[in-house]
Design a binder for this molecule. Structure first.
Ligand code: SF4
Length: 227
């Protein structure tokens, strides 16, 4: 039987704004976090969140492999939006020492590297929360094509995707209308931005995510598959 939390979230999922309101101030108040990569279109979700609650925890996976531009943008965007609770989630130093002491794992085993630097640290960081909000969109990858806005997880927990139905034009129009700062690389051929060793520029008209793990047969880092 669906829980009362699920029912409340589901009923609010007729629009992005009402779902965010319900998650942040209603059914999951003080029990929810935002996951953000501070990538090319992260500004949209964070802007919508900042209009409701600037103190909600925003979890940023600090893999140690980001572009400098991403680390700068993390601060620029958070300051611009007045977000007061951005948290760096890092892998345990002992795990890095044991499994990737030279920092080269990403060049020969991307799944193991993502597990070490993203999946496991995020799993641990999410333990205190009943829900987490992502900026994923259905049109980003075939693995996301039928993604619901509210995804029940084990133990009455919830993954929430308020932007599931947003497309490129909607995102661009929101960014323009709200004069949001852009990730510096987003105007240099990087429509989807992850860690530097695993992100390349793409040509105009190419699949925006084709620059992620190009040639490695991988489309997701795993943080959204593991739960
Ligand atoms: S995206 Fe690349 S560098 Fe980043 S954690 Fe995954 S494999 Fe490692």
């Amino acid at each position: 039987m669906p829980s009362s939390v699920f029912n409340a979230l589901h009923q609010a999922s007729h629009s992005t704004e009402s779902l965010l309101q319900e998650a942040l101030l209603g059914a999951l108040k003080n029990k929810v976090a935002i996951i953000s990569s501070f990538g090319a279109d992260s500004a949209v979700l964070l802007s919508l969140v900042s209009q409701i609650d600037r103190d909600v925890p925003v979890l940023f996976l600090q893999t140690g492999k980001h572009f400098e531009e991403t680390l700068d943008y993390r601060h620029t965007l958070a300051d611009h939006l007045g977000l007061r609770n951005v948290q760096d989630i890092t892998p345990a130093p002992s795990e890095i020492q044991a499994r990737d002491p030279e920092g080269q794992l990403c060049y020969f085993d991307v799944d193991a590297c993502c597990a070490l630097r993203k999946v496991e640290p995020l799993d641990k960081a999410l333990i205190p929360y009943q829900g987490w909000i992502t900026g994923r969109k259905r049109n980003q990858a075939s693995t996301r094509a039928s993604m619901p806005m509210v995804e029940p997880q084990p133990n009455n927990r919830f993954r929430i995707n308020p932007l599931a139905q947003w497309n490129h034009d909607m995102l661009e129009s929101y960014i323009e209308h709200h004069h949001l700062p852009r990730h510096p690389l987003s105007t240099m051929g990087y429509p989807s931005i992850g860690c530097a060793p695993c992100t390349t520029a793409v040509a105009e008209g190419e699949d925006p995510r084709s620059g992620r793990w190009a040639g490695k047969g991988k489309v997701e880092c795993g943080i959204h598959l593991a739960h």
